[in-house]
Structure formats: structure tokens, C-alpha cells
Design a protein around this ligand. Structure first.
Ligand SMILES: C[C@H](O)[C@H](O)[C@H]1CNC2=NC(N)=NC(=O)C2=N1
Length: 95
């Protein structure tokens, strides 16, 4: 899997509403109704991540969830990160 350069990252981010590139990850923060909804979304993301074999760095406090994606095997951002981000958006928008 090839590391993407900054131009490619910025271009691909245009298709991901609210996602940013910072400190070597693409990331987005979400706020949900309550903890149960947040954890329900996290559970669905977890199964998606497992299916893709690509896993997030994430932080959850009550109804807040911050997700950071990078490809640690190559030490950068790859298409895998954007694929998972898209799947996360699909889960969150369907919740
Ligand atoms: C051994 C296993 O396939 C690898 O460690 C996978 C697992 N999940 C992963 N997740 C992420 N975010 N980056 C990786 O490089 C990665 N590699």
C-alpha cells in the first residue's frame, strides 16, 4: 500500500465532510445523543475495521468520539485510511 503525499491527501479529504489532516492522521470528532448511541456506533465501526483489517486510534468520552486514522505499517496515510473513513461516515450517517 503506497503512502499518499500531501496533495493527494488534501484532494481526497475534499470528499470527506469534516475530516482534517493533522499530526500525521486524518481525523474527525463526533458528538452523539448519549453514551449508548456513541458506543453503538463504535461497535459498528469496530466490526467494519476488523473486516477491513484497518483499525482506528480513537478516544471516547461519554457522547463524544474522536477518530484518528493512519496506516502504521507504512508510517503514513494510505487509501486504506480513506476507505475506512468513508465507511465510518456511512455508519454515522445511517445510525
Ligand atoms: C498485522 C495486521 O494485519 C496489521 O497490523 C494491520 C492491522 N490494522 C491496521 N490498522 C491501521 N490503522 N494501520 C495498519 O497499518 C494496520 N495494520
Amino acid at each position: 500500500m503506497e503512502k499518499l503525499n500531501l496533495t493527494q491527501i488534501e484532494t481526497l479529504l475534499k470528499n470527506l465532510d469534516g475530516w482534517i489532516y493533522e499530526n500525521g492522521s486524518i481525523s474527525k470528532s463526533y458528538v452523539f445523543k448519549d453514551f449508548k448511541e456513541t458506543f453503538s456506533v463504535m461497535t459498528r465501526i469496530a466490526f467494519e475495521a476488523e473486516q477491513q483489517n484497518h483499525h482506528p486510534l480513537w478516544e471516547n468520552v461519554y457522547n463524544q468520539l474522536t477518530i484518528k486514522l493512519n496506516t502504521h505499517d507504512v508510517g503514513g496515510i494510505t487509501q486504506n485510511d480513506f476507505d475506512l473513513a468513508k465507511r465510518i461516515e456511512n455508519i454515522v450517517n445511517k445510525k
